[in-house]
Design a protein around this ligand. Structure first.
Ligand code: SF4
Ligand code: SF4
Length: 749
């Protein structure tokens, strides 16, 4: 019996190692199909540090604390208990085998037993979470491949049990040190077994342990897309090569268009050969960079991204998890065709050739997401079935929740943006509403297509002068800040009130500032996030020239999208600016005593119940969470309450990723989902407000509240910018008298 066990264990080891080595070579081959990427190896010291902290500290996993803690134990167990596998090989030939030096060292033995027990409890907890939804719900696992996860979990459970019973049997061997060395296992096997029985049992159990471990290597060796298992190996390089050497997730700036490892600029557009235009964005899976393909390989199918995605939560066909899984399956199925010589392609299996012909983005992708939401599976006119359905691609709000949550640092937003770029710049296929956006941006420099002359209308009626650069001041060296008003701040009625409030607060605090007036142009955020890099670059270059000429250095803005572009993206064009959000500056002014919030008469400012909505481009994309909360918390008498989804887990308003300019035709509305959450926490208080710090959020939430009010809910609620609430308080509770601008709206042209 022992001979059979030993032979089986050794045979499966040979097969397992061979299959694993072949699989590693194949995975590397698939990843090498990808394109060169931009800046992935800079600052290696920081990258090693990030890898260490993120892996051993499980910093990203712990965003879901219970699951993270359980996974941490399994992760540590996987590495530490590798030594028990080595021991098992020794026990095949000598049941009393122990590792040299440490094998009988009590601390090593105690740790082995403790880690194994905790690992077993943790894996049972993870299984309970998966199947019963304990703590976090089951929704995030929709579409994940259950058999693979269960197989991995049962493997860990089986190995853990083998370790414990092997230890218990070892305790029965002579001269192993007694119960002191087996504090958590000695009781698992009854005493009094004969020496031969114990020796046989150890050999058989050691062989079983090896067979379970090596069967796992065989299975993953035959399933290259089994991310739930492969991430144990691929997560390491994926984290090391993450976009930001600082360790932050791939949020904030969008990456430039990558043309063969070189960023696209205005100058390089002109130099591009005709056929190189095809390289703009990602139109085929092999157009992704090698890091993109490594991303797809690393997905564990944990569904954290899916559980946070506003598109998925509101019935759209987009799930970031299913998108990544779909791209992975396609990449691995198409790889043999990509790797084969042209002459050999005809000889490839039909399934491979069919996969090679699938368009990357086309109607009719048979995605589970659409089916889950009861959505129709369309079939493209030519019968082609795409990998990613256009409805999936255009549902993304670029909110970054998926990137923030992903434990292995997958960069979903960059990949979605790259596919949009190809659709827009190469195929000219995009939601028709974007035509108006591009027209407005190209002809008038703003999405509303309004006349530039109207950019200063918001300042009419203010009781002080707002200096303009080039008219009242020569350049920005004579003032503290450039006040970047933004298109919404200049043209959108509700956002204009925020602009006025900020100007008044700065004036009150004695902060000098100037504006660019009609020389300001849209930063290009919506153009870029909808995939139109041409328009973005055109606007960005224009602004760069204006800002450079005006000698801009310190900038304050009320729009997080402008902030993100000015602070993080113009840097890619060589323009470094020190940009702050108005809530950051105002908070500093309050702290310095230059603005003093005060309680108003009963029932006014101080009496409000307020909940704060984190704009995605201020919070997740730029980590500004505390200043607006500190400002609201400093309003005397105000009651500030948090929504369940806040901070890094905040829920999008639905306007980002250029969705502000598109119709939301599928599922329920994102802004309504968020508004209902706000109204729930605000309850029935007499005066309540949803505070925010973004003009887009303000529009979306105001529309949401209006819709709710039409149904008799939220009568007590206003949507206001943090600056308005502060101004209300600084004015000691007097109602904010902002000049009417309704009649001064420039006509749309
Ligand atoms: S960025 Fe937001 S909307 Fe887009 S896939 Fe990620 S979570 Fe979903
Ligand atoms: S993309 Fe990241 S968060 Fe989403 S399922 Fe895969 S590993 Fe989990």
């Amino acid at each position: 019996m022992t001979t059979v066990a030993i032979v089986l264990a050794l045979l499966i080891t040979i097969v397992g190692v061979a299959l694993f080595a072949r699989a590693v070579a194949r995975i590397v081959g698939v990843i090498k199909v990808g394109q060169p990427t931009l800046g992935r190896g800079d600052e290696p010291g920081r990258r090693w540090r990030n890898l260490f902290v993120e892996s051993f500290g499980h910093t990203r996993m712990l965003q879901l604390s219970g699951v993270g803690a359980a996974h941490w134990v399994v992760f540590i167990g996987f590495m530490f208990l590798f030594l028990t596998l080595v021991t098992a090989y020794g026990q095949l030939f000598d049941p009393a085998f122990a590792l040299p030096l440490i094998g009988h060292f009590f601390l090593y033995e105690w740790l082995t037993e403790a880690i194994t027990w905790i690992m077993i409890v943790s894996i049972l907890a993870l299984m309970a979470i998966r199947f019963l939804g304990v703590g976090v719900g089951k929704g995030r696992f929709f579409g994940s491949r259950t058999w693979q996860a269960v197989y991995v979990e049962l493997t860990i459970l089986g190995i853990g049990l083998c370790i414990l019973f092997l230890r218990a049997l070892e305790h029965q061997l002579p001269e192993t040190g007694g119960r002191f060395h087996f504090p958590l296992t000695w009781f698992l096997v009854p005493g009094g077994l004969g020496a031969e029985t114990i020796a046989t049992a150890i050999v058989v159990l050691a062989a079983l342990k090896i067979i379970i471990s090596m069967a796992w290597f065989c299975v993953i060796g035959l399933n290259l897309t089994m991310g739930v298992a492969w991430h144990r190996f691929t997560a390491w390089p994926n984290i090391w090569f993450k976009r930001e050497a600082s360790g932050r997730p791939a949020l904030g700036a969008a990456q430039p268009v990558n043309v063969g490892g070189t960023p696209l600029t205005m100058e390089s557009i002109e130099e591009l050969e005709e056929d190189a235009l095809e390289q703009l964005g990602v139109g085929r899976v092999e157009d992704f960079s090698w890091k993109g393909l490594l991303d797809f390989t690393s997905c564990t199918e944990c569904g954290r991204c899916q559980s946070q995605c506003p598109a998925w939560a509101t019935g759209k066909p987009l799930s970031p998890k299913l998108l990544v899984m779909g791209l992975r399956e396609h990449a691995y199925a198409k790889a043999p065709w990509l790797q084969a010589a042209e002459s050999a392609r005809a000889g490839l299996p039909e399934t491979v050739r069919a996969e090679a012909e699938r368009p990357l983005v086309a109607a009719g992708a048979p995605d589970a997401a659409a089916q889950a939401h009861g959505g129709p599976i369309q079939v493209a006119a030519d019968g082609a079935v795409g990998v990613i359905d256009p409805d999936v691609l255009w549902s993304c709000t670029a909110c970054g929740a998926c990137v923030q949550q992903c434990p292995v640092d997958i960069e979903h937003v960059d990949h979605i943006l790259d596919m949009r770029r190809y659709e827009v710049m190469v195929k000219s296929e995009f939601p028709e509403e974007l035509n108006s956006l591009y027209k407005g941006l190209e002809s008038k420099g703003n999405p509303w297509n309004l006349n530039k002359k109207g950019r200063m209308d918001w300042a009419k009626g203010l009781p002080f002068e707002v200096p303009g650069v080039g008219t009242d001041v020569e350049d920005l060296t004579s003032v503290d800040y450039l006040f970047w008003v933004g298109c919404a701040g200049a043209f959108e009625d509700r956002a204009k009130k925020t602009t006025q409030a900020v100007a008044e607060l700065l004036h009150t605090a004695g902060v000098t500032f100037a504006v660019l007036g009609k020389n300001e142009t849209c930063t290009g955020d919506s153009a870029r996030r909808s995939g139109n890099e041409f328009v973005y670059l055109q606007l960005a270059e224009e602004n760069k020239e204006t800002l450079t000429e005006a000698k801009a250095q310190k900038v304050v803005t009320t729009c997080p999208h402008c902030l993100n572009t000015l602070r993080n993206e113009y840097r890619q064009l060589g323009l470094e600016l020190d940009v702050v959000h108005h809530t950051q500056l105002l908070n500093r002014l309050v702290r310095d005593g230059r603005l003093t919030p005060a309680a108003g008469p009963a029932g006014s400012a101080g009496g409000r119940t307020i909940t704060y909505h984190d704009p995605c481009y201020l919070g997740r994309h730029n980590q500004v969470y505390a200043p607006p909360r500190e400002l609201l918390g400093g309003i005397p008498g105000a009651t500030v309450t948090e929504m369940p989804r806040h901070g890094t887990n905040s829920f999008c308003c639905g306007a980002g990723g250029a969705q502000m300019w598109m119709e939301e035709r599928i599922g329920t509305r994102v802004n309504l989902n968020r508004t209902k959450e706000a109204l729930t926490v605000l309850g029935q208080s007499d005066r309540a407000a949803v505070a925010t710090g973004c003009p887009f959020c303000r529009v979306m939430l105001s529309d949401g509240v209006t819709a709710e009010q039409a149904d008799g809910r939220g009568e007590n609620v206003e949507v206001l910018d943090v600056a308005q609430l502060l101004l209300e308080s600084v004015r000691r509770g007097e109602d904010v008298e902002t000049p009417s601008t309704a009649e001064e709206q420039p006509e749309a042209e």
